[in-house]
Write a protein that binds this ligand. Sequence first.
Ligand SMILES: [Zn+2]
Length: 371
Amino acid sequence: MKVQLNPNLLGFKCIRCGARYPVGDYFEGCSACAREGHAASLAAQYVESAPVENSGRMPLVCESYLGEGQTPLHSLDELASQLGVARLWAKLESANPTGSHKDRMSRYVVARAQQLGIPKVVAATSGNAGVSLAATAASVGMHATIVTRRGAPGRWVEAIRGHGAEVIECPDAASRWVEAGKMAQAGTHYPATNHLTPPVGSNPFGVQGYKSLGYELVAELGPEAVDAILVPTDRGDLLWGIYEGLREMKELGQLAKMPRLFATEPYPRIFSVLHGADYRESFPGISRQASVAGSTVTWQALCAVRASGGAAVVVDDPVAESSRLELARNSVAAELCSAASLGALRSLVADNTLSPGATVVLIITSDGTLF
Ligand SMILES: [Zn+2]
């Protein structure tokens, strides 16, 4: 099937200053904010009456290449009663075709590259985003280049190569962005991920793919059922995508109340900004929660937390590890940073941020094979 722009897509809007832009590719975010020294990404705008059903609010009309989404929702009744919340669910994004939520994004990145006639895609990543993009690109015969850092986990590099992608190794995480940025700016590759410091969110077409997770939760649990959603967060693509999906449903009258979104992180980043730090600072740390162990904060992550009345919760590695074991005992195999959400939930209940009547969803972004 040929990829087409969704006729309901009107253009893009800066999530910080509100500047509007025609339909296009804004990998570096809002140019007006950039001139003021700020990094902020753009969000897609649709015709007001456009429905969320039948991809009415997805940027492209395109097939699902790998069959992502509609992931299982696992009930954790025993843990809910131990923790003192009314209901607890785990949304198993690990059930996506390449084992993580990233497949929701890769679909729209590859589709947009196809639509533009760009034969190559690139991502700066050392983990599941690379495998997802490589497999999705391979499914349509597209070339993928994945720029990793030295010392990236060997099994990920093997899985990326195993799906036919070229792997370029850089000395560290920051130089990955420079390398991927050169390819994006040269126009030889269509980029999936951010390449700026301080960063913006990933490719705006791709991030739109995460809205479907928000839609699914409302369809599965009902318009009033969810009080809080806990999301492992680094640069906040998933957090923002879920927020956007829920916001659209609320505006269309299909969601009665916006769930509070809680970003879980291994050391204070969003937490520090919410307590006064500038979001453009660097927040370095060391953690075994590898998928979320960056040193930056994005405007989109802050927006999702603030606009939903949520917060950021810091969970260290020992708590994440004991939470992983606890989840496994309840039949959920989770990546370490996803398991950390259970530890975060425990703190939110302990300090009365969440009430005993709360219904909570943990987003299990990837499976138990990952740190
Ligand atoms: Zn702006």
